[in-house]
Design a protein around this ligand. Structure first.
Ligand SMILES: *Cc1c(COP(=O)(O)O)cnc(C)c1O
Length: 382
């Protein structure tokens, strides 16, 4: 039934053997820098590449401060901790996300509140957020409270799904009215912009991931960005064991985290970041090719939302039903063309079954019908 789609993807990637969903590519200075790091003996938690990556990254996204971490999940945890999220608080996010988003909230002892998705952006729905806040939220003094539970609503964490920017301006505006800070889970959206500003820079803090399947990788890694310089300095302190600088004394002034990225990993990603603009161009071109193919076939291809420039990290199509989706998954994977359904919705996972949850019918529709298709960079792999 989908043999022509399979043939098209095999042709696009010039391969009849296994085609992964997203494979990394190391054709720049990655090897050279990793060897430099080894030769310097600075392979661990401090080193020149760590500092260089923070500077280069801040420049690329246009942030005043960037703080590198060992992975994206720890960056999310640190971001929530920095904004004072603690035991008994609530944090608003979307039902359709990767499990790291609610897990980071849970590490603080707080509870994720799950809201619906927007059909066009795939991310947090503004209508769903407005409705939840209107019905439940009340600002008293410095904080916003959930009138029904009595808990503080300490943050809102929208996620830019597959690199497509959410309606971030409306979300920030709405949250501002309720004194709720926004942390953007931009783990998937490095290279994506909304109205000319990079994702991750609309909220108080933005978080990125450099896991092996992301657009660029350090093996494992994460980043926290902010335009609030003091907050950025606190983030660096908190994620590096909260050690007060001194020539020989070991004095730590709070319970910090060891969330540092080793210099060896930083060397790899300094080389990757140099290539990012090419990767984004290549992936946007691939998306265009998919878009015109699927529109001829009458299959819905997920396009970047209006006003957004997406990195098209993972391309996605919407099949007409869950059963059609399942046939598509079966046929493609059997032929070595890797495709995947979207995540199970967070409120369907055992640990989040009893959490607060809005009407999530759009998220349910997406999780029934959406499939990711091969999206690796197609540049020569050397
Ligand atoms: C990849 C990812 C993360 C962070 O993942 P790490 O593997 O910890 O770097 C967080 N949120 C989302 C939505 C992700 O896709």
């Amino acid at each position: 039934m989908f043999s022509d789609v399979i043939a098209f993807i095999q042709d696009l990637y010039g391969s009849k053997s296994f085609i992964p969903l997203h494979a990394p590519i190391f054709t720049g200075n990655e090897k050279k820098y990793v060897i430099e790091a080894i030769d310097s003996t600075y392979v661990s938690s401090v080193g020149a590449f760590v500092d260089r990556f923070e500077v280069d990254f801040a420049k690329y996204v246009g942030a005043k401060k960037a703080v590198v971490t060992g992975n994206g999940t720890s960056a999310l945890h640190a971001a929530l901790h920095l904004l004072g999220v603690s035991r008994g608080d609530e944090v608003i996010t979307q039902a359709l996300t990767f499990v790291a988003t609610p897990n980071a909230i849970s590490y603080c002892g707080a509870s994720p509140v799950f809201l619906d998705s927007d059909e066009l952006t795939l991310g947090l729905s503004v209508t769903s957020l407005a409705e939840f806040l209107f019905q439940n939220a009340e600002v008293r003094g410095d904080f916003c409270y959930n009138k029904r539970t009595g808990n503080r609503i300490m943050a809102c964490m929208p996620m830019h799904v597959f690199g497509h920017p959410v309606q971030i301006k409306e979300i920030v505006k709405l949250c501002d009215e309720y004194s709720i800070p926004v942390i953007e889970d931009a783990a998937e959206s490095l290279g994506s912009e909304f109205e000319g500003r990079h994702t991750g820079l609309y909220g108080r803090i933005g978080v990125f991931s450099f896991n092996g399947n992301k657009i660029i990788t350090s093996g494992g890694g994460g980043m926290l960005v902010t335009n609030d310089v003091d907050l950025g300095i606190r983030a660096k302190h908190l994620t590096t064991t909260a050690k007060v600088p001194h020539a020989w004394e070991f004095f730590h002034d709070e319970i910090g985290f060891n969330y540092r990225m080793p210099n060896l990993n930083a060397a790899l990603i300094v080389g990757q970041l140099e290539q990012l603009p090419r990767f984004v161009r290549d992936k946007r071109e691939t998306a265009q090719i998919y878009n015109s193919y699927f529109s001829h076939k009458g299959i819905e291809f997920v396009c970047e939302p209006f006003g957004a420039k997406s990195n098209y990290w993972l391309n996605a199509i919407l099949l007409s039903s869950r059963s059609e989706r399942d046939s598509f998954l079966n046929e493609t994977n059997r032929s070595g063309v890797m495709t995947r359904p979207v995540w199970n919705l967070m409120p369907d996972l055992p640990m989040y079954r009893t959490n607060l949850c809005g009407d999530i019918s759009v998220a349910r529709m997406l999780s029934d019908r959406l499939v990711n298709i091969p999206s690796s960079v197609r540049l020569p792999r050397g």
